[in-house]
Design a binder for this molecule. Structure first.
Ligand code: NAP
Length: 273
């Protein structure tokens, strides 16, 4: 029987996950079906349990349900626990396993697809929401020289320093604290790529040869990437590779087979102009 998987979100019509997983299934010869399910805002748990009851094997979880995905899990991974959020569920009998592959997807995209090793680099994350929470452990595992988080609401960045203190040494603050500092890798993990708002970035933020990375995808040149280009940054990227790489990790977790993400990354990449 064909194994069934799905992505839950609201809205979910824009999701690339069905395309990505269908292509992974084809390229690895796995027999599975994958759909997108528009999930009522007050109906996440019912949708998850209903999908499992009908024989579903696992779920990807998109906005705004990543916190609820963590809460419904009977066995969250360490990185999902630290992030307080999950983007992937796996059903094994009565057990609901949860993991968070966003951060490892980001790191794989930076290092494998974009050829930017993080070891010894000065890395800055803009934003202190779920995406940053998920990214901290995987980035720290690559041993950057510095990992810094700046956020509009500095208290939320400081809270991350507290929550991750046992795992990751973090520099945290508001955007004003970035004045006079330079970074090799600057990652926009705010939602401003969706709202098209600019960030108050100081001059001189980008070191020579820096990479500017916006986690949002499919939006072309976001205000953040435009700011980076205006500051002379030549290497800019959006989050499409992160999306495909986190999907590859989920596929491996569910199926025990690692698909090659590269052809799908190439298929979904749109020029940043
Ligand atoms: P979130 O939890 O809602 O956090 C949003 C963050 O953006 C907060 O730090 C917030 O700051 C900041 N922000 C919002 N509007 C701002 C503004 N006008 N100026 C400055 N900061 C602002 O969102 P998330 O889940 O972390 O997602 C963040 C982004 O990552 C989204 O664009 C999402 O699409 C993207 N993402 C991409 C992937 C992928 O696979 N490529 C995966 C996950 C997420 P305050 O704390 O001050 O409100």
């Amino acid at each position: 029987m064909t194994d069934r998987y799905a992505v839950l979100g609201n809205p979910i019509g824009h999701s690339k996950s069905p395309l990505i997983h269908t292509e992974f299934a084809r390229s690895t010869g796995q027999d599975l079906g994958y759909t997108a399910i528009e999930t009522p805002l007050d109906g996440f748990a019912d949708t998850v349990l209903g999908f499992r009851a009908s024989g579903g094997r696992g779920l990807n979880v998109s906005l705004p349900f990543k916190l609820q995905a963590f809460e419904i899990a009977t066995e969250p991974s360490e990185r999902a626990r630290l992030a307080g959020a999950a983007n992937c569920l796996k059903f094994e009998g009565e057990r609901i396993l949860a993991d968070n592959f966003d951060g490892v997807g980001l790191v794989n995209d930076l290092q494998r697809n974009l050829g930017v090793p993080l070891q010894g680099k000065r890395v800055l994350l803009l934003g202190a929401g779920g995406a940053t929470r998920g990214a901290l452990l995987p980035i720290a595992a690559e041993q950057p020289a510095l990992l810094s988080v700046a956020n509009r609401t500095p208290e939320k960045a400081h809270a991350l320093r507290h929550d991750f203190a046992a795992h990751v040494p973090l520099q945290t603050g508001g955007y004003d604290t970035l004045l006079g500092q330079r970074f090799d890798v600057v990652i926009n993990a705010t939602s401003t790529g969706l709202s098209q708002e600019a960030l108050p970035l100081p001059d001189g933020l980008f070191a020579p040869g820096a990479l500017a990375y916006d986690m949002v995808y499919g939006k072309g040149l976001t205000p953040f990437l435009r700011q980076a280009k205006a500051a002379g940054v030549e290497r800019v990227a959006d989050g499409v590779g992160m999306l495909v790489e986190q999907a590859a990790e989920a596929f491996l977790w569910w199926r025990g087979v690692r698909p090659d993400p590269q052809p799908v990354v190439r298929q979904l990449t749109v020029p940043l102009v």
